[in-house]
Design a protein around this ligand. Structure first.
Ligand code: 5AD
Ligand code: SF4
Length: 442
């Protein structure tokens, strides 16, 4: 195949961003160079998501563009990977005949096989072929790195397409992950985010020796040079004392926990098959706050799930007040092909009602988050520098251990840890002045 430059467009979650970085690494290892835009690339890769209908719609536009680029330059190869491709499988080729190769999230390595083969016939790969995390790392690394610790999910949340696109849960071998952390640090990483659909059930499937997620946290924390350790997403059901203790006992494990709630109504949680109720969720929050009083707690919430009444929604609002979230990602329920909830016909919430509810929810989330963020004002916080501020080129931006975006004045370069005195705070970001630079911090 003659293609020699590539461009990857990524949709969806952090796992997809991780997978796209490995697609970059794989293609670089095959001799391809990054193109600045899809319009110039010989190989156009779309790494897709199917979590909500809105993701599908954004993809339609990109597919339309790829079709045009290919019509203008017939040698262009179009590759479509990820969850949307997996959920449609060979139908991708029927619906979009200009696609040359399609693969699911567990078959990224097959993209390499396809490019090396002589055949340009449309090919699809949808059987699990290996962990994307085992593919080559890309040359461009930053101070923050992802690490894929498992694939798939054994939960059966009734609204979610992921178990059908990413399959059953498989954990990567413990020793491989420790070795990968060492190699990430050697390439300049100092913050590692462990990724999985359900990170805290990591290791139960490993043989001969079962492992636990808290053991993994301890082993990565022990790697020299890991200053910050994060993970996403845990399931409230598996958020046990050992994981919470890791935040207290291990220096690198950050004071931030993303604990997806989905709904504050026990009735809706049951219909969602979340395996916990409102009280159990709140007791986990109490346990977390008891151990880590200053923790930042963030969450995901869905509104408009079938059967959700105004009274159920009020329970969600009340829980947001009770739990005092530092941030929440809010979504309108979107029926997904092949999921249990897509078959529900009773108590459907109209689009108008759902959007009215999400408006009220966002307003409350912002109010609570703004109030919570005030605790940082007047405090020095440690910031990992990412680069120039997006709004003001004179200033810098980075992230605190609590996972707040921080804009600040001072002199520092990307990858440094600096101390910033916080002067003001909004629901989404902090602002201040740098006082100390990295080397002085550690
Ligand atoms: N509709 C709306 N939101 C969804 N999520 C997952 N599936 C759906 C769906 N069908 C949300 C959940 C999850 C986050 C990643 O996306 O809140 O935690
Ligand atoms: Fe990620 Fe889920 Fe989207 Fe797949 S469907 S890319 S797992 S958010």
């Amino acid at each position: 195949m003659a293609a020699s430059t590539f461009h990857v467009t990524t949709f969806g979650c952090q796992m997809n961003q991780h997978d796209s970085e490995r697609i970059d690494g794989l293609l670089e290892s095959l001799g391809y160079a990054q193109a600045d835009s899809a319009s110039e690339a010989d190989l156009i890769v779309l790494n897709t998501c199917s979590i909500r209908e809105s993701a599908d719609r954004r993809l339609e536009t990109q597919l339309g563009n790829a079709k045009r680029f290919k019509a203008a330059r017939p040698g262009v190869v179009v590759a479509v990977g990820g969850c949307w491709a997996q959920s449609l499988k060979d139908e991708v080729f029927e619906r979009y005949p200009f696609v040359d190769v399609a693969f699911g999230p567990g078959q990224v390595d097959q993209l390499g096989q396809f490019l090396l083969s002589d055949s340009v016939r449309a090919q699809g790969y949808f059987e699990f072929g290996g962990f994307t995390g085992e593919l080559p790392m890309r040359s461009k690394q930053s101070a923050s790195a992802w690490m894929q610790i498992s694939v798939g999910c054994n939960q059966k949340c009734s609204y979610c397409i992921v178990p059908s696109t990413r399959g059953l849960e498989l954990s990567r071998p413990f020793a491989d992950l420790v070795a990968e952390a060492e190699s990430l640090v050697a390439r300049g990483a100092r913050e590692i985010t462990l990724l999985g659909q359900n990170v805290n059930s990591y290791g139960r499937d490993l043989r001969p020796e079962r492992r636990s997620f808290s053991e993994l946290l301890a082993a990565i924390d022990a790697v020299d040079g890991v200053d910050r350790l994060r993970y996403t997403s845990p399931h409230p059901q598996d958020m046990r004392a050992d994981v919470i203790d890791a935040h207290v006992e291990l220096d690198s494990v950050c004071e931030h926990i993303h604990l997806p709630l989905q709904s504050g109504s026990s009735k809706i949680l049951k219909a969602m098959r979340r395996t916990y109720d409102r009280d159990r969720y709140l007791s986990r929050v109490a346990m977390i706050r008891g151990a880590i009083p200053d923790v930042s707690l963030t969450t995901d919430i869905i509104v408009g799930f079938p059967g959700e009444t105004e009274a159920d929604f009020q329970q969600t609002l009340a829980l947001v007040e009770d739990a005092q979230f530092d941030a929440a990602y809010t979504f309108i329920y979107s029926p997904r092909r092949g999921t249990e909830a897509a078959l529900l016909t009773d108590g459907l919430v109209s689009a108008e009602e759902a959007s009215e509810r999400i408006g009220r929810l966002i307003e409350l989330v912002q109010r609570v988050a703004t109030a919570r963020a005030q605790r940082f004002v007047g405090r020095p916080v440690e910031v990992l520098v990412e680069g120039q501020s997006r709004t003001d080129p004179e200033r810098l931006r980075g992230r605190s251990r609590h996972n707040k975006a921080v804009n600040f004045s001072g002199v520092a370069v990307a990858g440094e840890l600096v101390e910033v005195e916080i002067e003001s705070a909004t629901s989404t970001s902090l602002s201040g002045q740098a006082t100390l630079v990295a080397s002085a911090l550690r």
